[in-house]
Write a protein that binds this ligand. Structure first.
Ligand code: NG1
Length: 397
């Protein structure tokens, strides 16, 4: 990063380094955008931004990866997006969101580097938005902004790139605790940390299928948000409570899952029924998984992971053959449970492995999955053990 910086902008003296972690979601996928709680943890992999402030409003960003060309824009409203899919839009998303709330007129020169696999369901996009946002705030002497307030603002701001996502990624990226996973609740946003037992290993394996959120996967993702909202509207209408119950959290607080599924059977068509069932059962699995984690019950946790994967595959239709193969291979090699993580349609799986079986799982995945396939970069970038890490931070260099 220093080399690229020196090459583009001169000496990095006086520069700062922002590091924003990727995340793995352990339970609760495709429900955060319905306001339901989820259970992610931050990873030891980061988007890093080395930046030095300027005297004007210009923001210049370069990447250590050659595929991402240098981008430049000004911190003044409105910020017109680059064309769809352009990586510079993540920086613009952060800037536009912050401009609406704060006085931020000082730009910077920056170099970005990431060791989070891109489009792999590990939230590299939100890490990028968070890293830029912290750079903008820090360059403009706004360090007082509260983490959860910022997370809520950035969840909204990221919609600038076109995906109507939930708020899980920005929250865990900004407010994660080391050695812990966190239950994230929404409206208002809150995090409750739970230590990960040291003998539980979460293995992450990339399917090598990229789910480009700015491309085709976006359509499916946005369709799932729409379908789940539609299902809610139809069920509450059929129950005659549409005026009083207008959200999933209210619905699951007032009625039992079993009763709701029964009502949904006659109210919804086959597709919406499956979407609705995923949302309700996944919300329940988050509650149970949190208990299993607090009780140090790996078997219980693993069973829930298995059920969650089946639900994401069969009810939500967001798995793919490679993800199913990874889940299956990990389970056969002795993982206690495995599931796809994040938005799906490619990306990664996460497998819970007891310490004594972790090497076997890693070895079997290498042999059965990665040895037959071509991929860019090292094997350790596709397959690694997660280290539950802390939230994003700014350091002087
Ligand atoms: P990933 O897996 O990073 O594409 C997306 C959403 C999350 C959440 C998950 C599915 C964004 C920024 N992230 O994450 O909010 O809905 O899918 O659980 O849209």
């Amino acid at each position: 990063m220093r080399e690229v910086f020196a090459d583009r902008y001169g000496s990095p003296e006086g520069a700062y380094l922002v590091q924003a972690p990727g995340r793995v979601n352990l339970m609760g996928d495709h429900i955060d955008y319905n306001g339901l709680s989820v259970l992610p943890m931050a990873l030891q992999r980061h988007v890093s931004v080395l930046y030095r402030e300027r005297d004007d409003t210009t923001v210049r960003i370069a990447s250590t990866a050659k595929v991402y060309p240098t981008r430049e824009f000004k911190l003044s409203r409105p910020i017109k997006p680059f064309k769809a899919g352009d990586w510079g839009n993540y920086a613009k998303a952060a800037a536009q969101g912050l401009l609406e709330r704060f006085e931020v007129g000082r730009g910077f020169d920056a170099v970005v580097h990431s060791d989070i696999p891109v489009a792999a369901g590990l939230s590299s996009s939100s890490a990028l938005v968070v890293a830029f946002a912290l750079a903008v705030l820090h360059a403009n002497d706004h360090e007082e902004v509260e983490r959860l307030e910022l997370a809520e603002l950035l969840a909204e701001a990221e919609h600038y790139v076109g995906t109507r996502g939930g708020g899980m990624d920005q929250a865990i990226c900004l407010a994660a605790r080391r050695h812990s996973a966190s239950r994230v609740d929404f409206n208002p946003l809150r995090l409750t940390a739970h230590p990960i037992p040291p003998e539980w290993n979460f293995v992450i394996a990339f399917s090598l299928v990229r789910a480009q959120k700015s491309g085709a996967a976006r359509k499916t993702y946005n369709a799932r948000t729409r379908e789940s909202r539609e299902a809610l509207a139809q069920v509450t209408k059929a129950l005659g409570v549409a005026e009083k119950i207008d959200s999933y959290p209210l619905l699951v607080a007032r009625r039992r899952t079993r009763d709701l599924l029964k009502a949904a059977e006659s109210a919804l068509d086959e597709t919406l029924l499956r979407r609705f069932r995923h949302v309700l059962t996944e919300a329940e699995r988050v509650r149970k998984a949190e208990k299993a984690l607090a009780a140090y019950d790996p078997r219980g946790f693993g069973r829930l992971m298995k059920e969650s994967h089946e639900s994401l595959r069969d009810d939500l239709d967001v798995s793919c053959p490679e993800l199913d193969e990874l889940v299956d291979t990990a389970a056969r090699a002795g993982a206690t449970g495995a599931r796809l993580t994040g938005a799906g349609l490619g990306g990664c799986v996460v497998a819970l492995c007891p310490q004594e079986r972790t090497d076997k799982v890693l070895e079997r995945l290498t042999k059965r999955f990665y040895e037959n396939r071509e991929f860019e970069g090292a094997l350790e970038d596709q397959l690694f053990v997660a280290e539950p890490s802390g939230g994003a931070a700014v350091h002087p260099v």
